[in-house]
Structures are given as structure tokens and as C-alpha cells.
Design a protein around this ligand. Structure first.
Ligand SMILES: O=C(O)c1ccccc1NCC(=O)[C@H](O)[C@H](O)COP(=O)(O)O
Length: 230
């Protein structure tokens, strides 16, 4: 994949926003076991996601989250994922664990997301009609947006895709493509949507919350192949 890197200023910061001439980042979400986090990092994942939404089959308690974090080498971003949490719970997680980035997957207001003075990404529910750029405008302090296939009020991590043609190429912020990605479809998804990063959970699992090393390897390899012209 070739072409110029798109960048522009948002809140005084310059972002590199599209996957034209650099590699697409990979986040493996819903890690519940230290060995899965370690393997994801070894394979080249840029980030891992820890789900702190208690109704999720991938929810981790703080002790498990700590064990996953302890298994990670430097330079792997730890993302803590919440869906309409109590502020006190987010603060507790931030106090106890080394979290690099917050991800809000529910109906949290911008003021709520900003209230923790931590960098955050906001999930956009692509399971319903609407222009993703309206969400971008509503959350000026978000450092990125994760486009997932859930509807508003529903949870993510469903393993379902949405129409990648709806991903704007001119949003001006880092977009993270999620929802039903797998080793089979991620190459095509990156070519079509040209996201800053991709995020996967179900597509690299052998069972809910259990990541499969071969599927993770295949997924990361498919993403890097896009940039090597395969
Ligand atoms: O993963 C969950 O169980 C979950 C629960 C509540 C809110 C969000 C959740 N997951 C969101 C994500 O981790 C990503 O959007 C995900 O990687 C995409 O999931 P998938 O379609 O399974 O690849």
C-alpha cells in the first residue's frame, strides 16, 4: 500500500490518521490470560485490551488484569475498556493498575470520558445508521475512535462486521476498525477502510476469552502483508 500520510491538527495536536505508507497498528482485545497477552506481544501486537465490563464473557478482575499487565514487555499499550461504568470504578482501576489508555464503549458523555485526565478512545456504534464524523465532532478530546458493529446500548465483541464503506477517509483522527475481523477478512478490510489500527477479539479466539496463538499470528501477519504489497 503506498501514498501520502494524511495528517492534520486537532486540538493543537498533529495526528497521523491513515494507513497509507506506514503499518496499521493491531490491538488484540479481551485478553483474560497472561499467556495470551505475552503471546500477542511476542507476535507484534501494539496494544492489548482488558475488558472491565462485568457482563462480558471476557471481563477481568483487577488481580487478573495485573497478571496480564505483568506479562507484557515495554512498548505494548494497555487499554482498559469500560461500558457505562461508575466513575469510582474507573478511578479505582486507574489507581491500582498501569493503564495507558481508556476505551469507552457505551453512552458516556464527553465530560465523563475527560474526567479521568487520561487519554481515551471512544467507540462508535456502527450497528445503526449515522455519520461517524458526528461522533468525532462530539468528542473533541478523544485521541481516537473505535468503529465497532454494535448498536447504541449494546455491547461490542460480537464477532459481527459492518459495512466498511461507511468508514470515512477524511475524519481527521485515528480510526480503529473493529467488529468481526479475522485472519480471513482483515487484509481486505485494511485495504478498503485504511484505518489507523484494527482491533480484534472473537476472530482470534478458540473459545470466548481464550486467544488462539495461531489465529493471532495469522491475523497480525495478514495485516503486515498489506503493507508489503501482498
Ligand atoms: O469484548 C467484549 O466482550 C466487550 C464487552 C463490552 C463492550 C465491548 C466489548 N468488546 C469490544 C472490543 O473489544 C472490540 O470492539 C472488539 O475487538 C471487536 O470485537 P470482535 O467483533 O469480537 O472482534
Amino acid at each position: 500500500m503506498s501514498g501520502s500520510i494524511a495528517s492534520l491538527s486537532r486540538s493543537g495536536t498533529t495526528f497521523i490518521v491513515s494507513a497509507n505508507s506506514f503499518r496499521t497498528r493491531v490491538k488484540i482485545c479481551g485478553i483474560t490470560r497472561p499467556e495470551d497477552g505475552r503471546k500477542a506481544a511476542q507476535l507484534g501486537a501494539d496494544a492489548v485490551g482488558l475488558v472491565f465490563h462485568e457482563r462480558s464473557c471476557r471481563a477481568v478482575d483487577r488481580a487478573t488484569a495485573q497478571a496480564v499487565i505483568d506479562a507484557l514487555p515495554p512498548f505494548v499499550t494497555v487499554v482498559a475498556l469500560f461500558q457505562d461504568p461508575q466513575a469510582a470504578f474507573v478511578r479505582q482501576v486507574l489507581r491500582e493498575l498501569r493503564i495507558d489508555l481508556l476505551q469507552f464503549h457505551g453512552d458516556e458523555a464527553p465530560e465523563f470520558c475527560e474526567g479521568f485526565h487520561r487519554r481515551y478512545i471512544k467507540a462508535i456504534p456502527m450497528g445503526e445508521p449515522g455519520d461517524p464524523k458526528a461522533w468525532v465532532a462530539r468528542y473533541p478530546s478523544a485521541v481516537g475512535f473505535l468503529l465497532d458493529s454494535h448498536s447504541r446500548g449494546a455491547s461490542g465483541g460480537s464477532g459481527e462486521i459492518f459495512d466498511w464503506a461507511r468508514v470515512p477517509h477524511d475524519a481527521g483522527v485515528p480510526l480503529i476498525l473493529a467488529g468481526g475481523l479475522s485472519p480471513e477478512n482483515v487484509g481486505g478490510a485494511v485495504r478498503q477502510a485504511r484505518p489507523f489500527a484494527v482491533d480484534v477479539s472473537t476472530g482470534v479466539e478458540s473459545a470466548p476469552g481464550v486467544k488462539d496463538p495461531e489465529l493471532m499470528a495469522a491475523f497480525i501477519s495478514e495485516v503486515s502483508n498489506v503493507h508489503q504489497g501482498d
